[in-house]
Design a protein around this ligand. Structure first.
Ligand SMILES: Cc1cc2nc3c(=O)[nH]c(=O)nc-3n(C[C@H](O)[C@H](O)[C@H](O)COP(=O)(O)O)c2cc1C
Length: 430
């Protein structure tokens, strides 16, 4: 099993910034990122992962979707950690290949071979319009993305392993015959190269990607080392992995050469009841009205006049329309029929983007083991509910169970991110 954690200096749930003991300004406090990565490293995680959403959204109640720049932040984190992989997101739609190649190679050198680049096309207009005067279509973003990927990887490979000579005796610093231009001219981007920085101990950074479209899956099949996935249920995750597996084999790639990290929110407590109470407490700190609105949408009707603490009347439920093809809607409806109130239904986690594993440490470990054994691509992106304290609970209470069951490493066996993921040294296109 491979584990990474995603947390932009604080928890990602809408109430996490107010959770007792959490730092409300974690998103702009580099110390919070260092602390989170250090806890994850204690837990022998493969990687500490930062998404990127460079735009101001409505943060009046729920906290920001954005945070400090990921690559700059990971540069600092690299100096306070030793072994854990450090993955940062950079979108291809509005960044130049030379900038991406240089930034991630710098991070890879600073961290001695622990860097990963999460390549995203970024479909959000609120982000895109901060850089561009229009919103490119998905096919256009992906066409550009492939060019950016190729130019970046060629740039990384343009400085080969043996070109830095550092021969003090003879006075030969580098072999300039080996460091060659790439002369890349695509439809969308160009770069002459070469890059002026040598490879790290792992060669070049690991390439992650995250997306939901067919184009994004195709990119993963062709070029990615790891995939950050959104799968609302085990069924979705299994289907997704089986499609990806088959496509990888058709392409002639070993299926286990790509690790899928399925996003999962974790809520750990001493008992099942306490875990639900913990989630209810977290929801109370967030935007409950917005959660009620979302639950209404999931159930197929409006709940605006229903009290948070009263059961949803059967007469109201019977007027709702069925939301097809969403197993989470069916589970939520079943709870409502049993008399659960809005707070209790929401606490089960049906509204989170990523599914929620809640319960005792054993139950959370069971959840991960079930998914892992069912074949979902080998990895999990852990999103601890409250933030750093939730990560601490996961590392102290769930990781030892996974280790005892022989599912997760007890010690690091490598110092590079490629090593953690079982990938060989690589620098450049081949
Ligand atoms: C799990 C996951 C994580 C993502 N993380 C980011 C991110 O950090 N920044 C970003 O701009 N977009 C992110 N995206 C959005 C994708 O880049 C992409 O725009 C979106 O999935 C639309 O898909 P398409 O571009 O393939 O049509 C993420 C998507 C998924 C599924």
């Amino acid at each position: 099993m491979h584990l990474a954690t995603q947390m932009n200096g604080q928890g990602l749930e809408s109430g996490s910034w107010r959770w007792p003991g959490e730092n409300p300004q974690g998103f702009i406090d580099v110390r919070s990122f260092v602390d989170a990565a250090s806890i994850a490293e204690e837990g022998k995680f493969d990687a500490f992962f930062l998404t990127d959403f460079p735009a101001a959204t409505d943060m009046s109640k729920t906290g920001p979707m954005t945070s400090l720049d990921p690559v700059l932040t990971l540069g600092v984190v690299s100096q306070h950690t030793k072994t854990i992989g450090l993955v940062g997101t950079r979108a291809t739609t509005f960044n130049a290949p030379y900038s991406i190649a240089r930034e991630f190679r710098s991070l890879d050198l600073m961290s001695h071979g622990r860097a990963g680049w999460n390549l995203v096309t970024s479909g959000a207009p609120v982000v895109l319009l901060n850089y561009l005067d229009h919103v490119p279509s998905s096919p256009e973003r992906h066409a550009r993305s492939r060019e950016v990927w190729e130019a970046v990887v060629r740039l990384w490979g343009s400085f080969p392993d043996d070109a830095l000579l550092l021969d003090v005796e003879s006075g030969q610093f580098a072999d300039m015959k080996a460091i060659t231009s790439i002369d890349y001219h695509g439809r969308y981007v160009s770069s002459r190269g070469p890059l002026a920085l040598p490879p790290s101990p792992q060669g070049m950074p690991v390439v992650f990607t995250a997306g939901m479209s067919e184009n994004s899956l195709r990119f993963a099949v062709d070029h990615a080392d790891s995939y950050f996935n959104y799968a609302p249920t085990l069924g979705h995750a299994r289907r997704y992995w089986s499609v990806l597996r088959k496509a990888l084999m058709q392409k002639g790639r070993a299926p286990d050469s790509v690790t899928v990290f399925s996003g999962v929110v974790t809520s750990v407590a001493s008992t099942t009841r306490e875990a639900l109470e913990r989630r209810e407490a977290l929801d109370r700190l967030g935007d409950l009205d917005s959660l009620r609105l979302q639950l209404g949408t999931l159930l197929g009707g409006s709940l605006h006049d229903i009290d948070f603490d009263s059961p949803i009347p059967a007469s109201t439920l019977s007027q709702f329309h069925q939301v097809p093809n969403d197993p989470r809607a069916e589970q939520a409806r079943a709870l409502a029929r049993k008399g659960a109130n809005i707070r209790e239904i929401v606490a089960h986690g049906f509204l989170s983007l990523h599914p929620v594993a809640w319960g005792t440490p054993e139950q959370v470990a069971d959840y991960l083991e079930t998914w892992f054994r069912a074949g979902t691509g080998g990895g999990f992106m852990i999103e601890p509910d409250s933030g750093l304290s939730g990560l601490r609970d996961f590392v102290d209470q769930v990781v030892p169970i996974l280790q005892k069951r022989g599912l997760f490493r007890t010690e690091y066996t490598s110092n590079t991110l490629r090593g953690h993921l079982g990938l060989p040294y690589r620098n450049g296109l081949t």
